[in-house]
Design a protein around this ligand. Structure first.
Ligand SMILES: [Zn+2]
Length: 184
């Protein structure tokens, strides 16, 4: 039967087969499909814990075989509207620190999700953020705005980011797992 599991924030499907086997067996086929066999008596949580242990291996294999583009969480228009609304919501925190309001831009950037030009006072977001879940888009916004206070990725930067976006570590992990290579 086809089942699914969340590994590093990604939904991975696997084919579970109950067999007369002693151990749980995992096989990743050349096409990236994941096959698990276990005895009928093995509880699902044990099977899932086993799969989670192999998450790194599975995600690597799945990525290597990936042909389908990632799922979009927004259309490009929806993404822009969401980002602009978030920026409005986020800015007062920086305004209170006498930081000038940055100009928000969008561009299709493949190698980064956002960039902050502290001299020109512009923040550019990648339109490919449409492939990221909402909370991760918010994380990218906090990340770029934090650069208005600390331009680099020093410890001070992360301390500042932690104040406004406590789940930044999880979000960063999810963002790293998104494959933004598009079909077209
Ligand atoms: Zn940064």
């Amino acid at each position: 039967m086809i089942k699914s599991i969340i590994l590093n924030g990604r939904k991975i499907e696997y084919n579970l087969e109950y067999k007369k086997v002693k151990n749980i067996n995992l096989r990743i086929k050349q096409d990236g499909s994941v096959h698990v066999s276990a005895s009928k008596r093995t509880p699902v949580y044990v099977i899932e814990a086993f799969i989670e242990l192999k998450a790194h291996l599975i995600l690597k294999a799945v990525d290597n075989c990936k042909t389908a583009p990632p799922t979009a969480h927004f259309t490009e228009e929806e993404l822009k509207a969401f980002v602009l609304a978030c920026c409005e919501r986020v800015y007062p925190y920086y305004e209170a620190k006498a930081i000038e309001k940055p100009q928000i831009k969008f561009r299709r950037m493949v190698s980064k999700w956002g960039c902050c030009n502290t001299l020109k006072k512009t923040i550019t977001f990648s339109t490919l953020l449409k492939y990221a879940p909402k909370e991760c888009v918010e994380y990218v916004i906090w990340h770029e705005f934090t650069h208005l206070i600390v331009p680099n990725h020093s410890k001070a930067f992360y301390l500042e980011l932690q104040k406004v976006c406590p789940n930044w570590k999880e979000c960063r992990k999810i963002m790293k797992s998104i494959n933004i290579r598009e079909g077209t």
